[in-house]
Every structure is written in structure tokens, then in C-alpha cells.
Design a protein around this ligand. Structure first.
Ligand code: ZN
Length: 155
């Protein structure tokens, strides 16, 4: 197996793709079988090696290639499906008044915790390492049970 950093031509979304070989990738790409997981386009090419991208601003978004835990819902018992749907609803309700801060989550949580800015509910993205160090500092964070799409991807 070989892993490529790929990029869609339409939006520049980056993601990883696993292929049997380089030729395998080219064959699948030529047949339009390689699609961007963010927008679905098959206008996909190998990404150039990433320069160090600034972490601020509009670069926030799901880490490309990062996987989310998923289950095929049809294979879950109905009670579990119901419970998960309810959780999703409760979470959505709880986050209604919370502000999406994307990848700035750790930074903003610290700012609030240390009184550098007004307290408000926020949610966003953190790596497991960031979450752990926030907890180490006594800043209460918890994982969301249902993945939340960044607002700018919901259109
Ligand atoms: Zn895309």
C-alpha cells in the first residue's frame, strides 16, 4: 500500500488516499474513481508537498485525512439508533448558543479560562494532545459525541 496526499482542483481540499501502487492511483484517477471526501469532485490530483501552513485564519477545518468513528446504522439495534439520534439532537440543542471556533479551540479555551476574554460557550476542534493538555491545566473540555461539521461546510 502507498499513501498519497491528494488535493481536489475545485476547492483545494486536501486528503489522503491509499492505493496499491502509483499506477493504481493513476488508473483510478483516470477513471474518475478518486473523489474528494469533502466535496465529492473527482477532479483530484496529487498535492504538492505542504509548506508549513499558518494555523490561523481560514485554514481551520477538519484535519485532512483524519478519520471519524462511524458505524453502519442499519447494523445497529433500533434502540441504539434511537439513542444515538437523540444524542445528536441533544448535542445540537446544547450547541445552539455555542460559538464554533474551529481549530482555535485550545487557544480560545485558554483565553477564557485565564480571564483574557469574556466567558462564552465555544466548541471547535482539538487534537487529542491539545485536549489532554487543556485538561492538565484544569480546563474542562469534553469530546462531542457526534461529529460537528464546521459551519462553512454546511452549505
Ligand atoms: Zn474538494
Amino acid at each position: 500500500m502507498i499513501v498519497f496526499d491528494l488535493q481536489c482542483r475545485l476547492h483545494g481540499h486536501r486528503f489522503e488516499g491509499w492505493f496499491g501502487s502509483s499506477a493504481d492511483f493513476e488508473a483510478q484517477q483516470a477513471r474518475g474513481l478518486v473523489a474528494c471526501p469533502h466535496c465529492g469532485t473527482s477532479e483530484v490530483e496529487k498535492a504538492l508537498m505542504a509548506p508549513n501552513v499558518a494555523r490561523k485564519g481560514n485554514q481551520d477545518g477538519p484535519t485532512p485525512g483524519k478519520t471519524l468513528p462511524v458505524a453502519r446504522s442499519a447494523s445497529l439495534p433500533p434502540e441504539a439508533q434511537q439513542a444515538l439520534a437523540m444524542l445528536a439532537q441533544v448535542q445540537a440543542e446544547a450547541l445552539k448558543h455555542s460559538r464554533w471556533v474551529g481549530g482555535d479551540f485550545a487557544e480560545q479555551s485558554r483565553a477564557i479560562h485565564y480571564g483574557e476574554r469574556a466567558d462564552e460557550p465555544i466548541h471547535g476542534q482539538a487534537t487529542p494532545e491539545e485536549a489532554r493538555s487543556l485538561l492538565d491545566e484544569g480546563i474542562a473540555v469534553m469530546p462531542l459525541l457526534v461529529p460537528v461539521a464546521p459551519p462553512d461546510e454546511l452549505n
